[in-house]
Design a protein. Structure first.
Length: 272
C-alpha cells in the first residue's frame, strides 16, 4: 500500500512538471515577437506632408509591406528621400512614390516643382481677382480675360483652363486652409500659354476662377459665328434696243422679273 502511494505521488509530480513546462513554453511563444522575413521595407509618410515641402527624416517612416505587392516606384531607404521636394501632398501612412517627388537641384524650391517643358509665370492679383484669397499652392484655376471693344462694349472669354497654382506671393508650401489675400499668384504654363497670358494681361483685365480638385473636364470654347445679313438689292437696269423706226424697246429688270416697254420718245423708267 505504501509503495503504491509513492508511485502515484511520483506520477503526479511528473505530470505537474510536464504541465508547467508546456504552459511556460506556450506563454513564451505568445510573448515572443513574430519575425516575418517575407515583408519588404517601404517608406511611407509619418505625418502630413504639404505640397512643395522639402522632405526630411522626421517626415517619413519605414513599414513592412507584403512581398510581391510593393507599389511601383516606392522607396525602401528613407535616406534616398532626404532633401527631395513633394510635388503633391501626402497623408500620414501614404506610400512615397518617385513620381510624386522631385530632386532639389539647387536654387529656389519653386524651380524644382515646375514640370518639364513648363514655365512659372506670375500675375498680379487682388482680393477679387485672387478669389478672395482662397487660392493656395496646388489649387487649379481657369483664367478669364475681359477686353474692351468698340462703342464702349466689353467681351469676356476663358483663355486658359485647369491651370496649376505653384505659389501665392512668395509661398510655395502651406498647410493653411484659411483665405489669405495675396498680391501675386504664380501659375504653371506651357510656353505658348505663357505668351497668351502675357498678351491678355496687356490687352485687358484678368479674372481667376477656382476649380474643384476632382474636376478635370475642359469646357469647349464657344466660337462666335457672325451671320452676315444678306441684303437683297433689286437692281433696276434699263436696256435700249434700237429699231428701224423712231420707236425703242425698253427692257426693265426688277429683281428676277423682266418687262419690255415700247416708247416713241425719251425712255421712261418705271421705278419701284
Amino acid at each position: 500500500m505504501k509503495g503504491r502511494t509513492l508511485f502515484m505521488f511520483f506520477i503526479a509530480l511528473v505530470l505537474g512538471v510536464s504541465a508547467a513546462w508546456l504552459a511556460n513554453n506556450w506563454v513564451e511563444d505568445r510573448l515572443r515577437p513574430v519575425k516575418d522575413n517575407t515583408g519588404t521595407p517601404v517608406v511611407v509618410a509619418a505625418l502630413d506632408i504639404p505640397f512643395g515641402t522639402r522632405i526630411e527624416q522626421t517626415h517619413v517612416k519605414v513599414v513592412d509591406w507584403p512581398s510581391g505587392n510593393t507599389p511601383k516606384g516606392a522607396y525602401s531607404d528613407p535616406l534616398l528621400l532626404e532633401g527631395r521636394i513633394a510635388k503633391q501632398g501626402f497623408l500620414p501612412g501614404e506610400v512615397i512614390l518617385e513620381s510624386r517627388v522631385v530632386e532639389h537641384l539647387g536654387g529656389s524650391t519653386l524651380a524644382s516643382i515646375v514640370e518639364p517643358n513648363k514655365r512659372a509665370v506670375t500675375v498680379r492679383v487682388n482680393d477679387v481677382i485672387g478669389v478672395a484669397g482662397f487660392l493656395l499652392p496646388g489649387n487649379r484655376v481657369d483664367i478669364l480675360t475681359t477686353r474692351q471693344k468698340a462703342r464702349g462694349s466689353a467681351q469676356t472669354e476663358t483663355i486658359l483652363q485647369d491651370v496649376k497654382v505653384l505659389a501665392v506671393d512668395q509661398t510655395a508650401s502651406t498647410d493653411k486652409d484659411r483665405p489669405v489675400v495675396v498680391r501675386a499668384v504664380t501659375l504653371e504654363l506651357s510656353p505658348s500659354e505663357a505668351e497668351l497670358l502675357v498678351k491678355a494681361t496687356s490687352e485687358g483685365s484678368l479674372q481667376l476662377t477656382l476649380r474643384n480638385p476632382l474636376d478635370s473636364e475642359l469646357v469647349a470654347k464657344k466660337e462666335e459665328k457672325t451671320e452676315e445679313k444678306k441684303v437683297e438689292r433689286k437692281v433696276e437696269r434699263v436696256v435700249y434696243k434700237s429699231t428701224p423706226s423712231n420707236k425703242a424697246n425698253i427692257t426693265v429688270i426688277r429683281g428676277t422679273r423682266m418687262e419690255t416697254v415700247s416708247v416713241t420718245s425719251e425712255p421712261t423708267v418705271i421705278k419701284k
